[in-house]
Design a protein around this ligand. Structure first.
Ligand code: COA
Ligand code: ZN
Length: 374
């Protein structure tokens, strides 16, 4: 049960989100987004990795100067230079990462496990000496030998880290596997556990939720699921599922999600899929005649969430899949009262034009006028 647990959301739109191909936020856009994310109610905002470029460095500085309720976190490697950046900027939290899988040790760093542990330990101690609050992320944790992963967790814990984060860097987990991993790690480590799930198999949201159920405290998300390759769990999906399916009473302004999504879409020029949950164009649109008939009587018939909760509106589409009740409802909304035989005639005509996938009110009215006179 998640209901009575501390659940935190870390938004990484400004950091991982900017790793999306084709995306580079202007500093003013980052400031606007940070304010909106804060108003929405996320717990952490990842401000960026200052070493990336002068503009990211300046953005992290400017974002760190904002008065926000969310905790502000800089991102960086387990390296003195990156830790110095965070310290010089004066950010409260830093997320340090180091790849712990055999693949990372061999191909990224060419180090032994003992050497990796030494680098991790010295980075965490260095960061703590600088007075930073630290989240240590085991990058590629989900492809790391569990014994070594726990060894890393224990080491960063005794070295003073405040949080231990498990990254499913290539999104290879299933909900069951990540649940087991989080249980195994949290039974050995006495620190809040974070998870960072990638969406390469489309399971990031499910994996993040499963990790929370298994005992993780914080999950990384991004608006519209931005991030490297297939991105992260979308903020909207995670918080709405937590609220609706897990009955978590988070301090989140769900009604702000559609605007937040549109804002990010306007900054990135990357459109949300029409069928994306919660914020997608079709998420509250009904088409099949049998569905529309039922929804008109009782919206819950085909809606998991009332659109009003998200400040969205229910829509109906008229095309060849329409039934008589749906047509009657749409015409009634236009103050047109058609007889049963006229409804059938209109419907026959609509079904004869399969290429027309959306009949507008104007077109329906004109069809009604034509057919009523014949
Ligand atoms: N901890 C410590 N060092 C790390 C590391 C980690 N987690 N990950 C990589 N490194 C080291 C590598 O070993 C390599 O060191 P070397 O130059 O001594 O061989 C170096 O960082 C990375 O190589 P490269 O990218 O060629 O170095 P660079 O100095 O040109 O640029 C960045 C470094 C970080 C500024 C640049 O790669 C960048 O802008 N990256 C974008 C942010 C990013 O990659 N984020 C990943 C988030 S998961
Ligand atoms: Zn990532």
């Amino acid at each position: 049960m998640l209901t009575n647990r501390t659940i935190e959301i870390l938004d990484s739109t400004l950091r991982e989100g900017e790793q999306t191909p084709g995306v580079s936020f202007h500093i003013d856009q980052k400031i606007a987004l940070a304010k909106r994310l804060d108003a929405f109610g996320v717990d952490f905002i990842e401000l960026g990795h200052p070493a990336v470029s002068p503009d990211v460095y300046e953005a992290v500085e400017a974002l760190n100067d904002l008065e926000l309720n969310a905790k502000k976190m800089a991102h960086g490697r387990a390296a003195k230079s990156d830790i110095n950046d965070a310290s010089e900027i004066g950010v409260e939290w830093m997320g340090i990462f180091f790849g712990t899988s055999t693949l990372s040790l061999k191909h990224k760093f060419n180090v032994t496990k003992a050497e990796a542990l030494k680098r991790i330990e010295s980075a965490v101690k260095y960061g703590k000496d600088k007075g930073l609050k630290l989240r240590f992320t085991a990058e590629d944790a989900t492809r790391t030998e569990i014994k070594f992963l726990i060894e890393v967790g224990e080491l960063v814990q005794v070295s003073g880290a405040d949080r231990f984060s498990l990254a499913d860097t290539v999104g290879c987990m299933t909900p069951k596997k990540i649940g087991e991993l989080v249980s195994a790690v949290s039974s050995e480590i006495d620190m809040p556990i974070h998870v960072h799930c990638h969406n390469d198999f489309g399971m990031a949201t499910a994996n993040a939720l499963s990790a929370l159920e298994a005992g993780a405290q914080c999950v990384d998300v991004s608006v519209n699921g931005l991030g490297e390759r297939c991105g992260l769990p979308p903020l909207a999906e995670v918080v709405t599922a937590l609220t609706e399916l897990h009955k978590v009473n988070g301090d989140w302004e769900l009604g702000q999600l559609p605007d937040l999504s549109s804002l990010v879409e306007s900054f990135t020029q990357i459109g949300s899929n029409a069928n994306r949950p919660i914020v997608g164009k079709n998420a509250f649109t009904h088409k099949a005649g049998l569905h529309v008939k039922a929804v008109v009587k009782e919206p819950k018939s085909y809606e998991a969430i009332p659109p009003e909760k998200l400040r969205r509106t229910r829509q109906f589409v008229i095309d060849k899949y329409t039934g008589k009740a749906a047509l009657k409802n749409t015409l009634a909304e236009m103050n047109i009262d058609a007889s049963n035989s006229l409804l059938s005639a209109i419907l026959r005509e609509i079904k004869m034009q399969p290429e027309k996938v959306h009949w507008s009110n104007r077109e329906l009215k004109s069809l009604f006028e034509t057919l009523r006179t014949v």
